[in-house]
Ligand binder design. Structure first.
Ligand code: 3HC
Ligand code: NAI
Length: 700
């Protein structure tokens, strides 16, 4: 059992002890009811305190148990809370650090609550596509008022205990402890004081629950919430559940909450969000790098190149309070780079997103140099110079010469071989790829590219650094394009074939955006610059002369239509604006090209467009797993969710394929292979997909 029981004088103490966050799994629930029975049987015990060991009171229901029989096995969370309410001896929740979800619901089932200042209090179920399912929607409005409670439930955001304790009329906390350190002692004293009192024990369920404007308020709330959460059913269901609290008797409201909770549990959106929660955390674990691998200290950073990427990379570290020295070849380049960083920060200050003094503090951490010797003390040096192997060679030769022993040398290359770059030094074990995405100060994704000689402590350190600078880091092996760009190449190739066969850029973009991508492939090309893909295709044409692809994108670039930066790409753009206007010229160019190829255009359904683009990602993703470039399918999903605008509520390409069913995905691939305009060899389902289909399994 993962809850401990002890008696201190006349107070029994039940301590949740299920690290890391005291999730309320079966063994913890059993521990609570077991402790409760002992306390009730022991005549010497006059009151009970429930608290949590370690870094949380409780992070809520055990997410890992969801969907397994254990989640419902008695005692379930509802029956535990009922048992607490029924206790004839007063129960005090001693709340600290984190009190979330089922943890807060458990506390609301206690007679009293004493909280430490600084506790993060939340009902975050909505972030998992759920609503609080153990009375949160019924009890929180009774102690905080309908509006405050509904805001917390619909946003899922944590609120600090001291703020909640200061709200007029709040009944959530009976006492705010002086400090986290004194919480336990104060809670025990509080328990003794209430034990000495006569009279009925207070229960949250008995408090009234009304909003003065009644249903009109809920209509207003629905309008607000509906607009903000169009792809997610949970937020509106949260409103329904809280409204039920104001309209129904407590037990009926509880039944309604349960009904809504159970229905949400099986929605694809909730499955996707729960997958995301787990995958995000699992991404930081590298199978052969133990969690206790020692890390190198990173107290200062060097960045080579103050261009598009160097500037954004630098900002990440300044934001995290880590000093950065940028090196460039010429003073003008440094001045330009620093001016861009300043401009970015000033825009944030203007928008009220950054305080002026914070801006000054960040800029004070920044220094510049033209001399490599000035980087001799840096703990981590990230190179972001031109994408040419010869240039990288010069840079890494210099770094090898000046960097102190043990410094980590990283390259932000997006296409070059990290092993070759590592070989430019005499310390390949210290070299790693850190592939940021543009704009590097905004995009969450960081592909950490593991060279064949990269040391384990280098990997462990870079993963920890990524967390510090608030990136989602995913480890990729060395291959052309790493995980993300290797897959996007297949997606883009399909987009090109679709144009040749009869679709327009607008139709493709619309279909994909309707599926949920932030941007379709052609709008994305115009934003990133169509010349980037052009350069890659030219290289590919030499490396793989037989590779089949549509020439339409090349023709576009031959017209100088690189995208937004040239004012024209797949779409037309008005000066200074980003709105994509369908281009007659481009559509004519596509038609001409079809004629050259002798293709009679056909009507292509949106369903086919989406399937070909998304399943292209899935098939290449499967090859990436087979090749050991990614260690788990969740990592691929994280890359697509955080770096490529894949719709969050669909959980990433590999999760989505699992949901569609790999058998169905493989059958569609076989159909696409029969299309003479497509690439039949690419559409052979990857051996991993065939194996999983044969075994009736999914990507794991
Ligand atoms: N159940 C099981 N494991 C949990 C968990 C939970 N509720 N919450 C966190 N964990 C695990 C994580 O998976 C991770 O495990 P790992 O080390 O094996 O990867 C570990 O705890 C640490 O998590 P974080 O890396 O997120 O640690 P932080 O210290 O940054 O954050 C936290 C801690 C604030 C508790 C954060 O983990 C969090 O927000 N957790 C989710 C809380 C939540 O959604 N609770 C509601 C659950 S649903 C519910 O209660 C239903 C009920 O209404 C019926
Ligand atoms: P950029 O052209 O904007 O900036 C490169 C900078 O490096 C220039 O300021 C240049 O003066 C400087 N530089 C060149 N050689 C140098 C040297 N020997 N020593 C010091 N400074 C030198 O290029 P960008 O876009 O920032 O790309 C940099 C790297 O990041 C490339 O490897 C690129 O592939 C990679 N990358 C680019 C992304 C993008 O979207 N732009 C995304 C992810 C990675």
């Amino acid at each position: 059992m993962t809850a401990e029981y002890k008696v201190l004088g006349d107070v029994a103490v039940i301590t949740l002890a299920n690290p890391p966050v005291n999730g309320l799994g079966f063994s913890t629930r059993t521990g609570i009811t077991d402790g409760l029975s002992k306390a009730l049987e022991d005549a010497a015990v006059k009151a009970i305190v429930i608290t949590g060991a370690g870094k949380a009171f409780s992070g809520g229901a055990d997410i890992k148990e969801f969907g397994t029989p254990k989640a419902l096995q008695d005692p379930n969370l509802l029956s535990v809370i009922l048992a607490l309410e029924a206790s004839t001896k007063p129960i005090v929740a001693a709340i600290h650090s984190v009190c979330m979800g089922g943890g807060l619901e458990l506390a609301l089932g206690c007679h009293y609550r004493v909280a430490a200042p600084g506790t993060s209090v939340a009902l975050p179920e909505v972030k998992l596509g759920l609503l609080p399912g153990a009375g949160g929607t019924q009890r929180l409005p009774r102690v905080l008022g309908v509006e405050t409670a509904l805001n917390m439930i619909v946003s899922g955001e944590p609120v600090k205990s001291e703020l909640l304790a200061s709200l007029p009329g709040q009944k959530l906390f009976d006492k705010l402890a002086a400090s986290p350190e004194s919480l336990f002692e104060e809670a025990v004293e509080f328990a003794q004081s209430v034990a000495a009192k006569d009279g009925e024990l207070p229960l949250v369920r008995k408090l009234p629950c009304k909003h003065p404007q009644g249903d009109a308020y809920f209509q207003f709330a629905r309008n607000m919430v509906g607009g903000m959460s169009k792809n997610y059913p949970a937020p509106l269901k949260c409103v329904d559940a809280v409204q039920a609290a104001t309209q129904m008797k407590f037990d009926d409201g509880m039944a309604e909450e349960r009904r809504l909770f159970t229905a949400l549990m099986f929605t694809p959106e909730s499955l996707a969000l729960r997958h995301l929660f787990m995958a995000e955390r699992a991404a930081s674990r590298i199978p052969d790098v133990p969690e206790d691998t020692p890390q190198r200290a990173i107290k200062s950073v060097g960045v080579i190149g103050a261009g598009t990427m160097g500037g954004g990379i630098t900002m990440n570290f300044l934001n995290a309070g880590i000093p950065v020295k940028i090196l460039e070849m010429k003073q003008e380049a440094l001045d330009r780079g620093i001016a861009t960083i300043r401009k970015n920060y000033e825009a944030q200050v203007k928008k009220g997103k950054l305080k002026a003094d914070k801006y000054d503090q960040r800029m004070a951490l920044l220094s510049t140099t033209l001399a490599y010797d000035d980087l001799k003390d840096a703990d981590l040096i990230i190179e972001a110079v031109f994408e040419e192997l010869g240039v990288k060679e010069k840079v890494f030769n210099e770094l090898d010469r000046v960097a102190k022993p043990g410094a980590i040398l990283a390259s932000n290359t997006s296409t070059l071989d990290v092993d070759k770059i590592a070989a430019f030094t005499k310390r390949p074990q210290d070299v790693v790829g850190m592939h940021f995405f543009s704009p590097a100060n905004v995009m969450k994704l960081l592909e950490v590219v593991r060279g064949k000689e990269t040391a384990k402590d280098v990997l462990a350190t870079v993963m920890a650094v990524a967390k510090k600078i608030k990136k989602t880091a995913v480890v990729s092996g060395v291959c052309d394009g790493f995980i993300g760009n290797r897959m996007i190449e297949q997606y883009s190739r399909q987009a090109g074939f679709l144009l040749d066969e009869g679709a327009t850029p607008q139709q493709v973009d619309k279909a994909v955006e309707k599926f949920g991508f932030a941007m379709g492939p052609f709008r994305m090309g115009d934003l990133a610059g169509n010349d980037i893909g052009w350069a890659i295709r030219k290289r590919r044409a030499v490396e793989y002369p037989d590779m089949k692809y549509s020439r339409t994108a090349d023709k576009l670039c031959e017209l100088g239509r690189y995208g937004q930066k040239t004012g024209a790409g797949w779409y037309d753009y008005q000066a200074g604006k980003r709105d994509a206007i369908p281009s007659e010229l481009v559509n004519k160019m596509i038609e001409e090209h079809r004629k050259e190829l002798g293709i009679t255009p056909r009507k292509i359904s949106d369903e086919e467009i989406v399937q070909r683009l998304v399943y292209a990602l899935v098939n290449e993703g499967a090859h990436i797993l087979e090749d050991g470039i990614a260690s788990k399918s969740g990592d691929i999903d994280m890359v697509y969710l955080t770096g490529y605008g894949f719709p969050i509520w669909r959980g990433g390409p590999m999760h989505y394929a699992n949901q569609v069913g790999l058998y169905n995905v493989a059958e569609a691939m076989k159909r696409f292979a029969k299309n003479p305009r497509d690439d039949a060899s690419f559409w052979q389902p990857a051996p991993l997909i065939r194996k999983l289909v044969a075994e009736g399994k999914q990507f794991s």
